[in-house]
Structures are given as structure tokens and as C-alpha cells.
Design a protein around this ligand. Structure first.
Ligand SMILES: [Zn+2]
Length: 185
């Protein structure tokens, strides 16, 4: 009799616990949604705090007008500059590297390193949202292509043989970048 009572009791407690858990989870989801809406609202008011870059879409003709033939070939037609020829390969100034097409901030000079490959190399982008990675199976190789998160410009590729702390090597064409010197230096 006591045993049955204990069993019923523990079953009831278990039931109560699951109800509490479900209610807690619902409250959390609602909280999360509220935070997300507040964030996106504030992003609208303050352009600097914007997390998701707004997409920029232009026709091939427009890009051709805005870029040099070399920049157009690299950024819009997935070209690659010859190694050791790009202007940012040995470049050591302190500042920001932006997308040559749309000005989206891509890499900081602090994450640039000399990989010896002949292309500007970085171990991390400014933000995961500013650059996009996707599989590129061209030329009989499986590589990870890196593109601009805002205008889809081809930037280069990312490899897993970079230095710490990320172990990544963003191998980027100089022709896909513009450099902005840091103002406070
Ligand atoms: Zn861009």
C-alpha cells in the first residue's frame, strides 16, 4: 500500500516537473524573441550598430563602371590575381580592409599575417556576418570560397592551415580589397 502511494507520489512529482520545464522553456523563447526584436529595432535607428549587412545588388554593367578591369575580374568574375603581385601582399599599415565593391568592413590589420603564399592572408574576419563561406569545386579542387556578406563579391578562399588562435588562413586577393587607415593613429 505504502509502495503504491510512493509510486503515485513520485509520478505526480515527475509530472509537475515536466510542466514546470515546459513553462520555463516557453518563457525563455518569448524572452529571446523580445531581445531579438529590440535588437533589430535599435539596428534600424543606429546604422553603426547594424549586425546584418544590407544586401547590395547591382548589374554586371554597373559593377564594370565602378571597378577597374582587374578588380571587376577578381571580385565579380571569381578571378585570382597572380601571387606576389597584389598591392596588399606585403602591406603592413594599421587599419581596416574593406570590400572593394561595397565598402563592407572585412578584415583588421591585426589579423593579417605573412603566409608566404603571395596573397594577403588573415586569420579571422571582422565578423562572421561580413564574410560568407561556401564550397567551391572548380578547377578539380574542393575549396571554401570566401565572399562579401553584403554584395557577394568574390574575395578568395579560406584554408585550415593558418596560425593560432583560429588556425584559419583567409587567402584574399588584394584586388578585392580597399584599405582604410585607422584615424586615431
Ligand atoms: Zn562587398
Amino acid at each position: 500500500m505504502v509502495n503504491r502511494l510512493m509510486k503515485t507520489c513520485s509520478l505526480f512529482i515527475l509530472f509537475l516537473f515536466s510542466i514546470i520545464l515546459i513553462v520555463c522553456n516557453k518563457v525563455k523563447t518569448i524572452e529571446k524573441q523580445t531581445v531579438m526584436t529590440t535588437e533589430s529595432n535599435s539596428a534600424n535607428f543606429d546604422q553603426k550598430e547594424e549586425r546584418m549587412p544590407e544586401k547590395i545588388i547591382k548589374s554586371d554593367e554597373e559593377w564594370q563602371r565602378l571597378l577597374t578591369p582587374e578588380q571587376y575580374k577578381i571580385a565579380r568574375k571569381k578571378g585570382t590575381e597572380a601571387p606576389f603581385t597584389g598591392k596588399y601582399n606585403k602591406f603592413k599599415e594599421i587599419g581596416l580592409f574593406q570590400c572593394v565593391c561595397c565598402g563592407n568592413e572585412l578584415f583588421r590589420s591585426e589579423s593579417k599575417f605573412d603566409s608566404g603564399t603571395g596573397w594577403p592572408s588573415f586569420w579571422e574576419p571582422i565578423s562572421e556576418q561580413n564574410v560568407k563561406s561556401s564550397i567551391d569545386a572548380s578547377y578539380g579542387m574542393i575549396r571554401t570560397e570566401v565572399t562579401c556578406g553584403r554584395c557577394d563579391a568574390h574575395l578568395g578562399h579560406v584554408f585550415h592551415d593558418g596560425p593560432p588562435p583560429t588556425g584559419l588562413r583567409y587567402c584574399i586577393n588584394s584586388g578585392a580589397l580597399t584599405f582604410v587607415k585607422r584615424k586615431d593613429e
